[in-house]
Design a protein around this ligand. Structure first.
Ligand code: BG6
Length: 432
């Protein structure tokens, strides 16, 4: 494996923002200190207001000090891009990656300004955060307009769940183990649940969340991608990563949402927190999908997400069918926390009686590996290397909106259940 990354300048638009400070800079700091990878990275933070490097870096990211510069620039003004272009020439890296930590409406103007000044040639890449549109039509516009300036292979759309270690492992694990590979279909599997449960609420991001809601924030991206990884046909060579993206897309294209299965909820106190007394935005959403793939017909795939729940848990639960003589098994692919795989097995309960007992066979990453790289580290390293597998293609983005659009068309019609902070997902699902 090539551990040396080509010399790169990373330009961060909106460097003082939440995304940059919380995710990107800590990940960059880890990469630059890693002994596993040799990275020649220069970082150019772009900020509209004047700000000093040391005001941006904190204890965790201070080590980036020497390779970090800040440029004050109003990225809405086309004439300011000349200076940016000159700066990049001075820095002289082999490639430049533009990362966007700016509000969604600021993205296209920046993309167009970069294109207009010629900062869109093959050695320039875009590293973009969701949202990729708010529905089918806006996603299509965003993709088409970005496509006028940058080619698809220059665009890296982050879905950081794809880069979580356990998510990367799904295709490898299912493709490499004969125990699962041959029973991974509707003959043996009864139903699948994919859950992204969060303990945190909206954390002061009311304005953002009011335009988003759980369906757009988590279902359209993270949950559909985890479902696609679970349902996709395993690659003949599980490490042939170039195959994963088209297979995820093929799985997504078979999916349909059942409009009668929707559950929408909002935690009590959300309206006050968001500052919108009559808000109908959902902080909890569940929907069941069905697949037209002959391997998966008849297997319901339930997607569930919510904020302010009793715990933080992302996992895929695969329920195997009971047979005439044997009991049903449950396999859990645990994405976070405590990344790992758990299989519920039936064994004889020790003692004089003849009783069955269900016990977990549990593999936990932490038992075997010192440290799992953070998803953002993987995202940056793969964007620098130009490996597209961990990113959502334009076709995947459109396919996922296509699944949800029929629900969005009547979204206001679904009743909103108000739930208590700390409730269990099951309680909300069961409530009338
Ligand atoms: C983001 C969502 O994509 O993922 C947030 O916009 C959510 O609302 C976050 O909290 C969860 O990510 P993680 O990695 O903390 O599970």
């Amino acid at each position: 494996m090539n551990n040396e990354l080509s010399a790169t300048t990373l330009v961060i638009f909106g460097v003082t923002g939440d995304l940059s400070r919380r995710y990107l800079l800590p990940a960059l700091s880890e990469i630059c200190q890693s002994s596993e990878i040799r990275a020649e990275l220069k970082i150019l933070g772009v900020s509209r207001r004047e700000v000093a490097v040391l005001d941006i870096l904190d204890d965790k990211t201070r080590s980036l000090d020497e390779q970090f510069q800040v440029m004050q620039m109003d990225y809405q003004q086309p004439q300011e891009y000349q200076e940016l272009s000159e700066k990049l020439t001075q820095l002289g890296s082999a490639q430049t990656i533009f990362y966007f930590a700016v509000p969604p409406e600021a993205v296209l103007p920046i993309v167009n300004n970069l294109g207009a000044i010629g900062l869109n040639t093959a050695q320039h890449k875009l590293l973009m955060e969701k949202p990729f549109g708010t529905d089918m039509a806006s996603a299509r516009t965003l993709i088409e307009e970005t496509g006028r300036q940058f080619k698809e292979d220059q665009i890296f759309r982050i879905d950081h769940y794809l880069a979580k270690e356990m998510a990367q492992n799904i295709a490898v694990f299912l493709g490499s183990n004969v125990l699962f590979r041959d029973v991974w279909n509707n003959r043996f599997i009864e139903k699948i649940e994919v859950a992204v449960e969060e303990q945190i609420g909206i954390e002061g991001r009311g304005k953002f969340y009011e335009q988003t809601g759980a369906l757009r924030d988590i279902v359209q991206s993270h949950l559909l991608q985890l479902a696609a990884l679970t349902l996709m046909e395993p690659c003949p060579d599980v490490f042939d990563m170039s195959e994963v993206r088209p297979r995820r897309l093929a799985a997504l294209r078979q999916l349909k949402a059942d409009p009668a299965s929707v559950v929408k909820g909002q935690y009590d106190g959300y309206k006050e927190e968001a500052g919108v007394p009559d808000s109908a935005v959902e902080t909890f959403a569940a929907v069941t999908l069905t697949s037209a793939d002959p391997n998966w017909q008849g297997v319901p795939i339930r997607l569930i997400t919510g904020k302010n729940l009793d715990k933080r848990l992302t996992e895929i639960r695969v329920y195997f069918k009971k047979s005439q003589s044997a009991q049903a098994n449950l396999l859990r692919l645990r994405v976070q926390p405590k990344e790992g795989i758990e299989l519920e097995l039936w064994v004889k309960k020790p003692g004089y009686e003849q009783d069955l007992q269900k016990l977990p066979l549990d593999f936990n990453y932490q038992q075997y590996f010192d440290r799992l790289p953070d998803a953002y580290e993987q995202v940056i390293v793969d964007a620098v290397r130009g490996r597209a597998n961990l990113f959502a293609s334009s076709e995947e983005v459109l396919a996922s909106w296509e699944i949800l659009q029929p629900l969005l068309d009547r979204w206001q019609d679904y009743p909103l259940k108000i739930y208590k902070s700390g409730d269990l997902a099951e309680t909300i699902l069961a409530a009338q």
